[in-house]
Write a protein that binds this ligand. Structure first.
Ligand SMILES: Nc1ncnc2c1ncn2[C@@H]1O[C@H](COP(=O)(O)OP(=O)(O)OP(=O)(O)O)[C@@H](O)[C@H]1O
Length: 248
């Protein structure tokens, strides 16, 4: 696992200031959710940590080392499952293991373990186009975590799924992270999802995104969405988000 740090990070696209200076440290093994109004720079922030983009100013680092590009030590899952359409489920999950030079027998064992862990038994040979949205995201999650990346970056990973499937996927994520721990950054529009999954919820202002609230989720696990302390925490985040919107 890794400590992810952003210090004085800004990102400007031609004429558009997407992120105002952001300072944020997510400690090793912690789970931070990032919420904020549409277009406030959440995906931009995540892409900077993934190494898919460079800041205009400031520094993004993992364990003190500047992030210079994407790497196997940071797994990424987007809203649209990023699976290779020509590879079956098993080969998609295996991809990062082969890249990392994991020996064949060990890779076979790990792929089988992940297929079971994400409930895709019987679909090893299926192509991505043959999967439902939820199944494809199960495969994408397994693919991101199979190389034990240490950091997991999630950009609205369950945003395209129906509520029941989304809740199932949230529980699946909790289970797989208990077996394969990682530092997690989750971008979501869904306050309930943020409170269900994260240790901490970061609220960004409207664009250019600045951190306007940083709330610790002190709801013990297993979390129950209808429990009074959960509902109260959710209301606190919604209030912070509402206050952030009013600053627009
Ligand atoms: N590659 C790019 N080129 C130009 N502008 C961009 C680029 N990427 C993002 N932007 C702009 O930066 C701002 C922030 O975008 P970003 O996608 O990070 O927001 P977001 O908070 O993730 O939005 P949403 O919640 O709607 O997904 C937007 O105004 C967007 O149009």
């Amino acid at each position: 696992m890794a400590t992810i740090a952003l210090s004085g990070v800004t990102r400007r696209f031609a004429g558009t200031e997407a992120l105002a200076p952001v300072d944020l440290t997510v400690e090793d093994g912690r789970f931070a959710a990032i919420v904020g109004p549409s277009g406030c720079g959440k995906s931009t922030l995540l892409r900077l940590v993934a190494g898919l983009d460079r800041p205009t100013a400031g520094r993004v680092s993992a364990d003190g080392r500047a992030i210079g590009g994407p790497g196997p030590e940071r797994g990424v899952v987007f809203q649209q499952p990023a699976l290779f359409p020509w590879l079956d489920v098993a080969a998609n999950i295996r991809f990062g293991l082969d890249e990392a030079g994991v020996p064949r027998a060990e890779a076979d064992r790990r792929v089988a373990g992940w297929i079971a862990a994400v409930g895709l038994g019987g679909f090893e040979r299926a192509l991505p186009k043959q999967l439902s949205g939820g199944m494809a995201q199960r495969a994408a999650l397994a693919r991101a975590l199979a190389p034990a990346p240490g950091t997991l970056l999630l950009d609205e990973p369950f945003g395209a799924l129906d509520r029941i499937t989304r809740n199932e996927m949230q529980d699946l994520l909790v289970r797989v992270l208990s077996a394969t721990p990682a530092t997690v950054l989750l971008v979501t529009h869904d306050v309930e999802e943020a409170v269900y999954l994260a240790d901490r919820v970061i609220v960004l202002s409207p664009r250019p995104g600045r951190i306007v609230a940083d709330l610790t989720v002190d709801v013990p696990g297993p979390r129950v969405r209808t429990a009074p302390e959960f509902v109260a925490m959710r209301a606190r985040v919604e209030d912070a988000l509402g206050a952030a919107m009013e600053r627009a």
